[in-house]
Design a protein around this ligand. Structure first.
Ligand code: NAD
Length: 242
């Protein structure tokens, strides 16, 4: 059977992270050519995988990534915005520097990515953007003030982009993971295990694995979701169902 992303070029940010790595591996298995971007020095690229350094909060770095993608592959069909950082303090405990950093990466970074890549995605004719919010972009937790604000913004930025580009060949959707076992929260999971309060509140009573989130990105990246835009998809073991 042909892969579900054969003929497509997909760019994934935060590609060295837990969900990013799982998504990149799945997309490669489904036949996509990949641009994998993250902080730091990238490993070697191959014929089908271009690895690039990118700080998503930098417009000039996004422009360089767009140019390198155009040069190498001549097209882009899918943008997966996965880069993100978390900061746990609430309203009074958050410093302005930490607030600015979280907003710059999670919120401004998502907008800059769409802005830089939309010319290529429009030219694709069947472009798909998948932005990463969180269950914390949907419901309050009483903590993580900057993170919650940034993820709430990603949710509505996604919807307005979906409306703006609905007849211009680009679909835009958001993914809202619950508790997923990745380096972002590994310390908490190591300390608290299944007694971690959000896992206790999760009806399935366990953390999700990165590959269980990657399959949702695959659906939204592929043409199987051709009538899906402006929608939000939770993958949370039932956490937001009650
Ligand atoms: P992770 O920490 O494993 O991966 C995040 C990646 O983003 C890392 O590789 C990191 O280097 C990269 N990154 C951070 N700042 C960057 C920047 N300025 N520019 C480019 N890359 C940058 O975490 P993860 O769990 O894989 O997170 C992926 C996404 O999923 C994030 O947006 C996160 O907010 C979201 N999310 C995660 C969970 C969870 O429980 N793990 C839950 C909800 C949402």
């Amino acid at each position: 059977m042909a892969g579900r992303l054969v003929g497509k070029v997909a760019l994934i940010t935060g590609a060295a992270g837990g969900i990013g790595r799982a998504t990149a591996e799945l997309f490669a298995r489904e036949g996509a050519q990949l641009v994998l971007a993250d902080l730091g020095s990238p490993q070697d690229s191959t014929a089908d995988v271009l690895r690039l350094p990118l700080d998503v909060s930098s417009e000039s770095q996004w422009e360089a990534v767009a140019e390198a993608t155009r040069e190498r592959f001549g097209r882009l069909d899918v943008l997966v915005n996965l880069a993100g950082i978390v900061d746990w303090p609430g309203i009074e405990g958050t410093t302005q520097a930490d607030w600015d950093r979280v907003i710059a990466v999670n919120q401004t970074g998502t907008w800059l990515g769409m802005k830089a890549m939309l010319p290529l995605l429009r030219a694709s004719g069947a472009g798909s953007i998948v932005n990463t919010s969180s269950v914390l972009g949907l419901i309050g937790s009483g903590a993580a003030a900057a993170y919650q604000a940034s993820k709430g913004a990603v949710r509505l930025l996604t919807k307005t982009a979906a409306v703006e580009y609905a007849t211009r060949g680009v679909r835009v959707n958001s993914v809202h993971p619950g508790v997923i076992a990745t380096p972002m929260i590994q310390e908490i999971l190591d300390e608290q295990g299944d007694q971690q309060p959000d896992i206790v509140r999760t009806p399935m009573r366990r953390a999700g694995q990165p590959h269980e989130v990657a399959t949702l990105y695959l659906f939204l990246a592929s043409d199987e979701s051709s009538y899906v835009t402006g929608a939000e998809f939770v993958v949370d073991g039932g956490l937001t169902a009650h």
